[in-house]
Design a protein around this ligand. Sequence first.
Ligand code: ZN
Length: 301
Amino acid sequence: MTAQDPDLAPVTAGGSGIGPRALPFTSIDMAMWQHTLERPFLVRGIGLHTGMPASVHVEPAPAGTGRVFLVGGVEIPALLDAVVDTRLATTLGSGNARITMVEHLLAAMHAAGVDNARIHVDGPEVPVLDGSARTWVAALHNAGLRAQARRRSPLTIRRAVRVESGDSWAELWPASSFEVDVTVDFPHPHIGRQTWSGPVTGHHFYQLAAARTFGFRADAERLWASGLARGASLENTVVYDDDGVLNPGGLRSHDEAVRHKALDAVGDAALLGAPIHGRLRAYKAGHALHKQLFEASRADN
Ligand SMILES: [Zn+2]
């Protein structure tokens, strides 16, 4: 099954008590309990880095399992300690097994409140699809959620933590729910300085879900020359050249770049493996700095 395009309007959750329901949360009671999928789903595509076919089959999992990738029979938990590379995407590993480009799928799962799932992957990367998370949101919506008889253990940020690298920085602050405040600053006429700020769980995530991966033409040519990003195309990446956007349809929103950075930040935060009560602030940050921040916060909270 290939998921259809999502309806980007918020969806009303149905019912209360433990049982199947639609995304996203509208009930505080339901947010106390762990959730898995009601039904499995399969999504096929190609890998951004290899250009090879890639597929993901996501199955419900018992309470307490967490989100776990299965790569050639090896289990790789979607947790901070499994991160082995952050250069072009977030890569998780265990032994010799590797899975990369996990961040958009994990962002969608985290925002939707899917605590427990087995994620079978065929190939070394999660398919890039259209470069955004909207296929994942649609697939999760179609699969539905099922509450489980075990409470969540939210991660509450009690003290502010900050990490820096050059002029980039990232901070975590105490907050009553999970929020992000992300700023990018690229010297490009179609990006410049952009900030996106707000809550990112439940239906709020729809504001980020459609924002695509982006890059610059010069970087793309350099990556291709190195045999990287073989699957990258205008079908899955917004490409900026010196004075514009190469994609025929243009941008999905004027601030698509910062929305995508916020999406990536949510995907990386999902590696904390729990609902987060905290506010993530990031300035010109990326996967590596996010990882440093979460490690620092774990040591300090
Ligand atoms: Zn991304």
